[in-house]
Write a protein that binds this ligand. Structure first.
Ligand code: HEM
Length: 391
């Protein structure tokens, strides 16, 4: 692939990962007071070993330095055995079967979004499809009534950008959005307790493991987690896939000719431009990586995006290869915290890409304009992604 100056800013981090994998694969950063882990085997080891590497920041970070993000008290930031109990509980409600039942609705939503742009011959992939699709799907899964959809979308957007951009204004908007979401979910829970329906919230309210149910706080935490963990990530998977296809001439035609390759292309996009670049862990006990000694309580930045380009694991790692097999990427994590929403994300992205292939004919072009990365340490994606096709 030739380097495109309009995309340099976007890809700079990949040059850094390569350099770090080669020269300092386990690196202590004195400014952040944290370790950075870059190679596939080391990243997989950290994710697999929850006994040594904890997800629970509350165990290690003094109260005054913790942020108030409800995600920090969700299963994502919990260790076993509590994590196992709660994950079993929510898994009873958020099942692959429930996700599969959404298929026809996801198709309708996607189709409705493409109706708005098909005749124009151009769209912004992020604005017109990749962003609205997952938030609409999650709103339906959570049983948000149509008349509240706009509010719900605004709050979830504000919460997510508050989490991401880290400007004072965005943080304030994010906090306000959390209050609105908490108030809103509390009301929905009351309604569903009185009148259960065939939706995820009703299922969450009645899910039971060993006679235990989710508390109100845990219910809210989980619903907010679904919003945060499931929206921007899926949005970026769709956008990043289009970027990969754009960078590989002929790939769109190959997919059109053989739709069985669509799921492989999505897995390869998850590897090549992982929407989640990194996750964090804390060392519970002292441990070593080669000559490096990690002290108990130290923070680790675990670079999924770097692991997924490690030549030691993936031959021609810097090449996007639709047919890549095996492809044991870490885009959805590994171990006990493996992404609970992976079946939903895969289904949404498959439907979106197939619908685009069906309805946007001819060759696709991303105009050669600067593409701005999302400014967030843990997310890889672009803010806008213009695309044209033959009308
Ligand atoms: C392409 C889209 C997605 C990507 C790349 C992604 C990635 C990830 C990753 C890397 C983790 C593990 C984090 C860690 O170990 O610290 C994770 C966990 C999680 N994801 Fe996803 N995710 C995606 C979509 C979704 C969706 C659609 C949902 C739900 C609607 C979801 C819900 C969750 C939840 C609940 C967890 C926490 C699981 C646990 O801690 O046991 N994700 N995701």
């Amino acid at each position: 692939m030739q380097k495109n100056p309009n995309r340099e800013q976007l890809y700079a981090s990949y040059d850094w990962y390569r350099q770090m994998r080669e020269t300092q694969p386990v690196f202590f950063d004195p400014n952040m007071q944290a370790w950075h882990i870059f190679r596939y085997d080391d990243v997989a080891r950290v994710l697999n070993d929850h006994a040594t590497f904890s997800s629970e920041q509350n165990r290690f970070v003094p109260a005054e330095y913790r942020d108030s993000n409800p995600i920090n008290s969700s299963i994502l930031r919990m260790d076993p055995p509590r994590h196992r109990q709660l994950r079993n509980l929510v898994s009873q409600a958020f099942t692959p079967r429930m996700v599969a039942q959404m298929e026809s609705r996801i198709k309708e939503i996607t189709s409705g979004l493409l109706d708005q742009v098909q005749a124009l011959g151009e769209m912004d992939v992020m604005r017109d499809l990749a962003a609205p699709l997952p938030v609409t799907v999650i709103a339906e899964l959570l049983g948000v009534p149509t008349e509240r959809r706009e509010d719900f979308k605004q709050w979830s957007d504000a919460f997510i950008s508050g989490d991401g951009e880290a400007t004072e204004e965005a943080m304030q908007a994010g906090k306000q959005a959390v209050d609105n979401l908490v108030g809103y979910f509390t009301q929905i829970f009351e309604e569903r307790r009185a009148h259960p329906q065939n939706d995820l919230v009703s299922a969450l309210l009645t899910a039971e493991v060993d006679g235990e149910r989710l508390s109100n706080e845990e219910l809210i935490g989980f619903c907010v987690l679904l919003l945060v963990a499931g929206n921007e990530t899926t949005t970026n998977l769709i956008g990043n896939t289009i970027l990969c296809l754009d960078e590989n001439p002929g790939a769109v035609e190959r997919l059109r000719a053989n739709r069985d390759l669509v799921p492989n292309a999505l897995e390869e996009a998850l590897r090549y431009y992982s929407p989640v670049k990194l996750t964090v862990r804390w060392a519970v006990t002292e441990t070593t990586f080669g000559d490096h000694r990690i002290e108990a309580g130290q923070l680790l930045f675990v670079w999924i995006a770097s692991a997924d380009r490690d030549e030691a694991q993936f031959p021609n790692a810097d090449q996007f290869t639709i047919e890549r097999e095996p492809n044991r990427h870490l885009g959805f994590g590994r171990g006990v915290h493996f992404c609970l929403g992976a079946p939903l994300a895969r289904l949404e992205a498959k439907i979106a890409l197939n619908a685009m292939l069906d309805r946007l004919p001819g060759s696709w072009q991303v105009p050669d304009v600067p593409l701005s990365p999302i400014k967030n340490m843990s997310t890889f994606g672009v803010k806008q992604l213009p695309l044209t096709w033959e009308k």
